[in-house]
Design a protein around this ligand. Structure first.
Ligand code: F6P
Length: 552
């Protein structure tokens, strides 16, 4: 049954997998949510897990107790729990890069002991957090000044992928907690327009650049940072010494930081056991720490830790990342769902799904298993979504009445943020009424009989009927605080982990982004100098020729 060198049985040949396939066939067309709720009045209370400030309701899923039990058996058979423990322990579970995966150490308490190659990494984590704290306080208080002695009023983070999405998302999410007198911008795109728009109304003498790059070799970031450096020097009279007061680096690569001309004293370190997409609670979060202050940043880390502890210790059936991960597997592997929507009912979470796209799709967008064998099962879904009410007037039609099954997470809060005026706070009930109504409509739909009973002409009945049975998880939290953000992010991090563990893939490498990078470097001289690129395919060669002709 095994065809892998490590002796791991093929997932689809495991009895726990085939039991789920059989269960799915038995239940065809599929369990009906109206019937399931009618048959089990306790369902709404039983199918809820709590973690920290999050109440996670999964009662509106196409599952029964038997489905959940079978999914849990699959998790046990694939050793999700052993793999989880190996991650927390610091084992080198990123097999293709021979690295530990220890983003959980970034939020470990000061007295924790987590070893990589026999060395406790926790003191290093706290030393960097302390250094960040000192620096953030100096910028926030005005003690850290620019080259000309002016106070820093603008902070520009230059990074891409995990070195951008996390801090940019968290800054947006926690805006009510930010120092409003400071301006924050996040530049990622190598399109010069991004940097142009970010800088056009800023005074160089008041601007601090944070160059965020784990490797410090990423072409987009180094290109933007080089242009930012020129802009700064031009703005402050050309004195190279200005760089030390206006540029800091967040990186694992001190050598490259020094090569770029940033003083390594102004570098905030992290480590190769932190994946880029798992890094915004490391030094990569410096811009966020300046924005919300070190105390709030630590509250956020506490939130992460609440979910880490829960994931480690809660029983499997009440373990939120396990339950959410397994539900995703139920749809992706046994219902042929292609995507997963994350729909926050909070304007402040407008970048949350974009952040999750990298977290989930870069982690689990894999088609070979850990041993390099092609997988014969679907892996990570397409993750997508925007804030819920806006989506309702755009693409929800397809979720309600289209032909595809799209499981969705609806995320909302019991309280609006404190800063809003009373009038704006009063809108919160309407916002949340929309969330609850969507979950209800998606689950229970509207039958043809109900439509007819409203006097709708017969020819319109099919158009106005909603089949229902569209599964959703509702995540309800008290309020969008730094801690709650940490809880939400850790929840999804571990959900992604659970799925990768079941699928037997390496969720922590990202070789799939390499080819495009290499080819871009190879093609660039053809664009800039018209150089001959050996081996260029005829389609790309024609595009390059057209580009050069049209651009003249
Ligand atoms: O290209 C993908 C990637 O390697 C991501 O995994 C990473 O978050 C991003 O690029 C940025 O990398 P770096 O922080 O090294 O600049």
């Amino acid at each position: 049954m095994s065809d892998s060198p490590s002796g791991t049985p093929k997932l689809t040949q495991r009895p726990e997998w085939t039991a789920l396939e059989d269960h799915r066939k038995d239940a065809l067309p599929q369990p009906d949510l109206r019937e399931l709720f009618a048959a089990d009045p306790g369902r709404a209370e039983r199918y809820v897990v709590h973690v920290g400030d999050l109440r996670i309701d999964y009662s509106k899923h196409l599952v029964t107790d038997e489905t959940l039990a079978l999914l849990q058996e699959l998790a046990t058979a694939t050793d999700v729990f052993g793999q989880r423990d190996a991650m927390f322990r610091g084992d080198k579970i990123n097999v293709t890069e021979n690295r530990a995966v220890l983003h959980t150490a970034l939020r470990a308490s000061r007295d924790a002991v987590i070893e990589v190659d026999g060395e406790n990494v926790v003191p290093g984590v706290h030393a960097v957090l302390d250094k960040m704290t000192g620096f953030a306080n100096r910028v926030r208080s005005g003690e850290w000044t620019g080259h000309t002695g002016k106070r820093i009023r603008n902070v520009v983070n230059i990074g891409i992928g995990g070195s951008d999405l996390g801090p940019a998302m968290a800054y947006e999410t926690l805006r009510p907690y930010t120092a409003r007198e400071l301006t924050f911008r996040f530049v990622s795109n190598v399109d010069g327009a991004d940097l142009h728009e970010a800088l056009r109304d800023l005074d160089p003498a008041e601007t601090l650049f944070i160059v965020a790059s784990k490797t410090f070799t990423t072409i987009e970031t180094i290109t933007n940072a080089t242009s930012a450096r020129s802009w700064l020097l031009e703005g402050v009279g050309g004195d190279e010494k200005a760089v030390a007061k206006h540029f800091v680096a967040l990186s694992t690569n001190a050598e490259k930081v020094a090569d770029f001309g940033i003083d390594v004293d102004n570098m905030f370190e992290f480590w190769d056991w932190v994946g880029g997409r798992y890094s915004y609670d490391s030094a990569i979060g410096l811009s966020l720490m300046i924005a919300i202050g070190p105390d709030r940043f630590r509250e956020m880390l506490d939130g992460f830790r609440i979910v880490d502890e829960h994931f480690r210790n809660a029983p499997a059936e009440a373990n939120a990342p396990i339950v959410m991960g397994l539900l995703g597997i139920w749809y992706g592997n046994f219902h042929d769902a292609q995507s997963h929507a994350v729909l926050p009912y909070s304007h402040y979470l407008s970048k949350f799904t974009a952040y999750l796209q990298q977290l989930d799709m870069e982690s689990n967008g894999k088609s070979v298993d850990r041993d390099g064998n092609p997988v014969e099962w679907q892996t990570g879904p397409v993750v997508w979504g925007t804030p819920g009410t806006n989506g309702q007037h755009a693409y929800y039609q397809l979720i309600h009445q289209g032909t595809r099954l799209i499981p969705a997470d609806l995320i909302g809060f019991a309280r609006p943020v404190a800063e809003l005026s009373d009038e704006l706070k009063a809108q919160h009930d309407l916002l949340m009424a929309n969330l609850f109504a969507q979950g209800q409509a998606l689950a229970f739909g509207k039958t043809a009989e109900e439509v007819r009973a409203e006097g709708v002409p017969e020819e319109q009945v099919p158009h106005r009927t909603f089949k229902g049975n569209r599964p959703t998880t509702t995540i309800l939290a008290t309020e969008l605080t730094p801690s709650v953000l940490g809880q939400l992010v850790a929840l999804y991090e571990h959900k992604v982990f659970v799925q990768g563990a079941v699928w037997n893939i390496d969720s922590f490498d990202q070789w799939g982004v390499e080819l495009g990078k290499v080819l871009a470097k190879r093609v660039e001289p053809a664009l800039t100098e018209g150089a001959d690129v050996p081996g260029l395919d005829s389609s790309t060669a024609a595009l390059v020729a057209a580009y050069r002709k049209l651009g003249k």
